[in-house]
Design a binder for this molecule. Structure first.
Ligand SMILES: [Zn+2]
Ligand SMILES: [Zn+2]
Length: 344
């Protein structure tokens, strides 16, 4: 199969031919129809993720068609249109038994713990636990955009943030995760404030339901406190940077919730946290990391009913030959919407 492979961290990936994967007894192999290019892939390529063994094929935001089925798989057959969370549960640990596959103790992540979906085919483990059927009406590029950024935002806003109608929600960073969060929190009835440096992203945030959009170069905390008359109820760092994390915590009202969604890796792995406010105002700090397969139904129902429209967050569609360059440029923040590989 054709695939994007790198042999060393930070060295340009190449489009090469490698052996086709075969399914494990509990797994499937998917023919990849679309796969998103994500900042997490860039972190992996930079060498920030200790799970990656070289040589490596990145890619974890995927949708496709079941191509081959392991002998122990009960729920899937060749030809099914599917997607998968970027964190796949093992099915055997205490977290999986509790339904929290997104924090599985022995988790598999395509594109991290094994070869991913920047390829014609990708293997998925524990298919009966982790694979999700797509609605008939959903195209593959949109479905690929759900698996990481959109699903992560859904869990952050709905399951972790428990955002409700009338609350003020601040979203710091309006890339793929942030714009998804703007759309989802707005659909949940919240008043959403988007923050970014890029006027185009702020305009899109307003278009997707934000009631206010703030230029991140100014005094973000004061601006949010003014608009909300005292601070946000829930605030997300959707970028993963010490500056956005700090603003997100400081813009909260007492007993507010900060949700860290953007990854903090490399030089930013141990940021200084404004602990006096967290103690004195009983601020909650929550992480959010992916979403388990059994929660996809709630999100997909909101897409099918038209309350959520993730297709609006799909940006450029590219061929696999353009993927190495797109991957290497993921730290430059230039694109509005997610870049998706749709031809292989
Ligand atoms: Zn991703
Ligand atoms: Zn597990």
């Amino acid at each position: 199969m054709k695939a994007v492979l790198f042999e060393k961290f930070q060295e340009a990936p190449k489009v090469v031919t490698v052996a086709d994967p075969t399914p494990e007894p509990h797994g499937v192999v998917l023919k990849v129809e679309a796969t998103g290019v994500c900042r997490s892939d860039w972190h992996g390529w930079m060498g920030h993720d200790s799970d990656i063994d070289l040589p490596h094929i990145p890619g974890h935001e995927l949708a496709g068609v079941v191509e081959a089925v392991g002998k122990d798989v009960k729920n899937w057959k060749v030809g099914d249109r599917v997607t998968v969370p970027f964190i796949c549960g093992c099915g055997s640990c205490s977290e999986c038994h509790a339904g929290h596959q997104q924090v599985c103790l022995h988790q598999e992540q395509p594109g991290f713990t094994h070869w991913g979906s920047f390829a014609e085919y990708v293997p998925i483990h524990q298919a009966d636990l982790n694979v999700v059927a797509l609605p008939e009406t959903m195209d593959f590029a949109t479905a690929a955009s759900l698996g990481c950024r959109f699903a992560t935002s859904f869990r952050a806003v709905i399951d972790q943030g428990k955002v409700s109608a009338g609350q003020w929600v601040a979203v710091h960073g309006c890339g793929g995760v942030g714009l998804s969060a703007v759309m989802i929190a707005s659909a949940a009835g919240a008043n959403v404030i988007g923050v970014d440096l890029d006027p185009a992203k702020l305009a899109l945030a307003k278009d997707l339901g934000a009631v206010a959009a703030i230029d991140g170069t100014g005094d973000v905390v004061e601006a949010i406190k003014e608009i909300t008359k005292g601070g946000a109820h829930v605030s997300l760092d959707a970028l993963g940077h010490p500056a956005t994390m700090t603003n997100s915590i400081l813009c909260l009202r007492p007993r507010g919730k900060h949700i860290q969604v953007g990854l903090m890796l490399g030089d930013h792995a141990a940021p200084a946290v404004p602990m006096p406010k967290i103690v004195g105002q009983e601020i909650e700090l929550l992480g959010s990391h992916g979403m388990q397969a059994h929660r996809y139904g709630a999100m997909l129902d909101m897409v099918e009913s038209g309350k959520l429209n993730p297709a609006r967050l799909v940006g450029d569609k590219i061929g696999i030959d353009a993927a190495p360059e797109a991957l290497m440029n993921m730290d430059k923040f230039q694109s509005v919407g997610a870049t998706v590989i749709t031809s292989f």
